[in-house]
Design a protein around this ligand. Sequence first.
Ligand SMILES: Nc1ncnc2c1ncn2[C@@H]1O[C@H](COP(=O)(O)OP(=O)(O)OP(=O)(O)O)[C@@H](O)[C@H]1O
Ligand SMILES: [Mg+2]
Length: 244
Amino acid sequence: MEKLYEGKAKIVYPGPETGTFRVFYKDDATAFNGQKKAQIGGKGVVNNKVSSELFRYLESHGIPTHFIRELSEREMLVKQVEIVPLEVIVRNRTAGTFSKRYGVEEGIVLKYPLVEFSLKNDALGDPLIYDDAALGLELVNGAELARIKELALRINTLLKEFFAERNLELIDFKLEFGRALTPGPSPKGERGKILLADEISPDTMRLWEFGTGKKMDKDRFRRDLGGVEEAYQEVLRRVIGGTA
Ligand SMILES: Nc1ncnc2c1ncn2[C@@H]1O[C@H](COP(=O)(O)OP(=O)(O)OP(=O)(O)O)[C@@H](O)[C@H]1O
Ligand SMILES: [Mg+2]
């Protein structure tokens, strides 16, 4: 089957019906904008299963997503969307690039959850972008931007609760949104509707274990902390099992 797109973590193929994509999750891992590369054994399976479970959970709580169904251990079927070229980051505690950028230690509880945008452009290193620039460049319109922020904060509330039940604290995460292409059943149709897309996995979140503070996400790979595969498997176990 011909590839439509091969990214750093996933391969996108045409789906069985027009307007659908089959997404294959690879074990390939990259960090620091592609400078560090390796494989994490079993990561593709974990990320496909974790993402599928989280999309189902979010859908059941009223969040519109691109997810249709799981096709296999490493593949999901999704609705094709027109990706909004913004990485939408939600932060509950300081960490990573936020701490570096503002010269603050990691782990400070933020007064309220922050929604941050960066431009999806690897060549530029996904630079931080402010609302007026995203609007002025017509990457999104005002209604879409407001909707994306609203959804991002609702998703944060839902995911924080989901992971807390599994003894994991959601520190921050990255989302991608898109515009629906297929007309829906309603009179107005679904076209243009903002849907949560891409993936939600230990590659795209920071999860710290309550009590121990142990990092259970891609930071184990970025920072050579060891036990990378084990941490991914443990997150999957808790996501599926429902408890720690
Ligand atoms: N429902 C969807 N419809 C269209 N494109 C999608 C959908 N969900 C995810 N994508 C896109 O598919 C690609 C998935 O591949 P992957 O995550 O490996 O990319 P990447 O290396 O992170 O690169 P980039 O996101 O910068 O293109 C991404 O470009 C993502 O934006
Ligand atoms: Mg990606």
